[in-house]
Design a protein around this ligand. Structure first.
Ligand SMILES: [Mn+2]
Length: 324
């Protein structure tokens, strides 16, 4: 691990222009990591541009920062290096994949166990709670001090990727890093209010609708719900508003595997978000549909109708929950 940090250090010092990107439907870790990486490179005197398929969701508007949302034909400043953050594969960066198709100078920094090591340089640490935890080490390696603003990026990233410090991916190192972030004077209480106490009313209404539609099978051990355009239209919510809802399905008593499916982006390609608790492994489950993620949080896309896809996922989930 140390050697790869040394290698990346040399590349970051030698390069002059960098494009930074993260996965589609960006979450706190992808966003926090992108802004932190941007700061780090700027402190090294580099030219940077952050380009992602999707814009920064309104949940994270409190950072007061935006990036370039990639659309075909849009002018992007030239770059020699690409830093891909929090993405297990190049498919996960969506349309930005086309933009970087002609460069092999890819630095891949990630913590997903399913990471395909697609970069020329790869820092992949599945034991890190988040991509931002790896970036913290990179800041230290590069001798760049962490300002309160950077601490807020990293704190939000680590906090959201660990379910507010509840998940198995937490290590003593995670808390040590967070202690150092708090030491910069960053206002953790204010950040948490921004994160969790500024919920748009449309999201609350969407939550009510989807939770009302919850279904259970296999003696209540598998839970799911379905998001369609009708619910979005009825509540005025955005697609990203539904992101954390699957966690609530997982938290139902007796539930071992939970999932949320959506046909909002494409009526014939269903997007599924999967969660588990205990020993149950949704990374493997998603993997059987060419998706992936972490053992307890993963995702995939499956061709078919909502009903067909729900059946397929339940069939695979049963293989885990029934045999005991
Ligand atoms: Mn992450």
């Amino acid at each position: 691990m140390r050697k790869i940090f040394k290698d990346i250090k040399k590349i970051l010092q030698a390069g002059d222009t960098f494009l930074i990107t993260t996965h589609i439907n960006p979450d706190g870790d992808g966003i926090g990591s992108a802004f932190a990486m941007d700061y780090l490179l700027k402190m090294l005197g580099k030219k940077t541009v952050i380009v992602c398929q999707d814009s920064v969701p309104h949940d994270f508007a409190f950072f007061g920062k935006e990036w370039i949302q990639y659309k075909e034909g849009i002018e992007i400043p030239s770059f020699h290096y690409v830093v891909v953050l929090d993405a297990p594969s190049l498919q996960r960066i969506g349309t930005v994949g086309k933009l970087i198709a002609n460069t092999s100078n890819i630095i891949n920094i990630d913590h997903h166990i399913s990471n395909q090591s697609f970069g020329k340089w790869n820092i992949v640490d599945p034991h890190a709670s988040s991509c931002s935890e790896i970036l913290y080490t990179l800041f230290q390696e590069m001798n760049v001090s962490i300002t309160q603003e950077v601490a807020s990026f990293l704190y939000v990233a680590i906090s959201t990727d660990t379910g507010s410090f509840r998940y198995q991916n937490i290590t003593p190192m995670t808390h040590t890093i967070v202690a150092e972030l708090i030491r910069t004077g960053v206002d953790v209480s204010a950040l948490n209010e921004q994160l969790y106490s500024q919920v748009p009313v449309g999201k609350v209404k969407l939550f009510a609708l989807l939770m009302n539609k919850v279904q259970l099978t296999c003696d209540g051990t598998i839970a799911w719900s379905v998001l369609t355009n009708e619910e979005l239209a009825a509540t005025g919510a955005q697609l990203s508003d539904a992101d954390g809802f699957v966690n609530v399905l997982r938290d139902i008593e007796k539930v071992k595997i939970a999932f949320m499916v959506s046909n909002v982006q494409n009526p014939s390609v269903i997007k599924a978000s999967l969660r588990s608790k205990g020993k149950y492994d949704v990374n493997t489950l998603a993997g059987s549909f060419n998706g992936g993620g972490h053992a307890k949080a993963a995702g995939c896309t499956i061709k078919g109708t909502v009903d067909e896809v729900v059946k397929k996922i339940i069939h695979k989930a049963k293989e885990q929950v029934v045999q005991e």
